[in-house]
Design a protein around this ligand. Structure first.
Ligand SMILES: NC(=O)C1=CN([C@@H]2O[C@H](COP(=O)(O)OP(=O)(O)OC[C@H]3O[C@@H](n4cnc5c(N)ncnc54)[C@H](OP(=O)(O)O)[C@@H]3O)[C@@H](O)[C@H]2O)C=CC1
Ligand SMILES: CC(=O)[C@H](N)C(=O)O
Length: 278
């Protein structure tokens, strides 16, 4: 018996993720992140919740601890602030129990490009793009070493649609998609699963920040439907999950056309059309 317990503890120390891995979720105080927290807790995963609003995270954590018995830590951080970001990076690097990172925190604001302040846009890029690079960079080497684990990046269909008129927000979300595809290409063969989740309009507080009453919008998805669909994609190990897109053939066609172009992108000579004067 003693012997068995010792072997068990050795296995736990050498590969703690092989138990049920803990999940670190950014933007976990409300909306999509809080729903991910609820769903992963119900699946038996311990959690680390990251956001700025400690009171809300405490309330969520107290409820989920009672309902599910999982361990929940709260790591308050403003992910646009380098020192706070560094705290989360350290946790991701050092805590071998964390095997899944949900890069969900993000925001948006209204107004056209020339109406938005450059400082606001810079903060948006810091939260929606830079933080994902830094947090993925902190956990990826450990996951690769373990040969398992997952990184989920929450993008948006806006990243496919410059025509929606949210240029900088959409650019950050196009970045999230590319980052996910690139990470899947590099880390997938090493055992790390990467998922990009692309929601469309979902009923959360983000719309208060945009300055739009979500109740006036059509085709709004409920946040639980969105996260449950995203988790179906997660369980299937899908790379790109677009819950609101009913015809997946349309995404496959876009992605297929891009891949078909790859072999033609690098040439020594400019294309014929650029070899004559305008
Ligand atoms: N709702 C929608 O229609 C869609 C949402 N998305 C994406 O989903 C993700 C989640 O958004 P959603 O749940 O809707 O939005 P919410 O505004 O409801 O939640 C955003 C979360 O991010 C956190 N957050 C915001 N700023 C910071 C910061 N500086 N540092 C740390 N955490 C921060 C907030 O917590 P706190 O304020 O406590 O810091 C909150 O937990 C975002 O990436 C968004 O772009 C994509 C497509 C559609
Ligand atoms: C504010 C938005 O545009 C929304 N988050 C989305 O990505 O659709």
């Amino acid at each position: 018996m003693m012997m068995i317990m010792n072997i068990g503890s050795i296995i736990e120390k050498s590969n703690p993720m092989s138990q049920i891995p803990a999940v670190l979720i950014t933007g976990a105080s409300t909306g999509i992140g809080a729903t991910y927290a609820e769903r992963f807790a119900r699946r038996g995963h311990d959690l680390v919740l990251v956001a700025r609003d400690v009171v809300r995270m405490e309330a969520l954590a107290s409820r989920l601890r009672l309902e599910t018995n999982v361990k929940i830590d709260i790591l308050p951080a403003d992910l646009t602030q380098p020192t706070d970001l560094a705290k989360v990076e350290t946790r991701l690097r050092d805590d071998a129990h964390i095997g899944i990172l949900i890069n969900n925190a993000g925001t948006a604001f209204g107004g056209s490009f020339i109406d938005q302040s450059v400082d606001d846009m810079t903060r948006l890029v810091a939260l929606n793009a830079t933080a994902l690079v830094r947090l993925s960079g902190a956990i990826a080497p450990r996951l690769v070493k373990a040969g398992e684990g997952a990184i989920v990046n929450v993008g948006s269909v806006v990243g496919l649609a410059p025509e929606f008129g949210m240029t900088v927000y959409g650019a950050t979300k196009a970045f999230v998609l590319f980052l996910s595809q690139g990470l899947a290409h590099e880390l997938g063969p090493k055992g790390v699963y990467i998922q990009a989740v692309l929601p469309a309009t979902t009923r959360t507080e983000i719309w208060d920040h945009v300055g739009v009453d979500v109740n006036t919008m059509s085709n709004v998805m409920e946040v639980t439907d969105l996260v449950d669909a995203a988790l179906v994609g997660f369980d299937r190990r899908e790379l790109v999950t677009i819950p609101p897109l009913h015809d997946v053939g349309q995404w496959d066609a876009v992605d297929g056309a891009r891949k078909a172009m790859l072999g033609n992108l690098v040439n020594a000579l400019p294309a014929e059309r650029y070899r004559t004067l305008a």
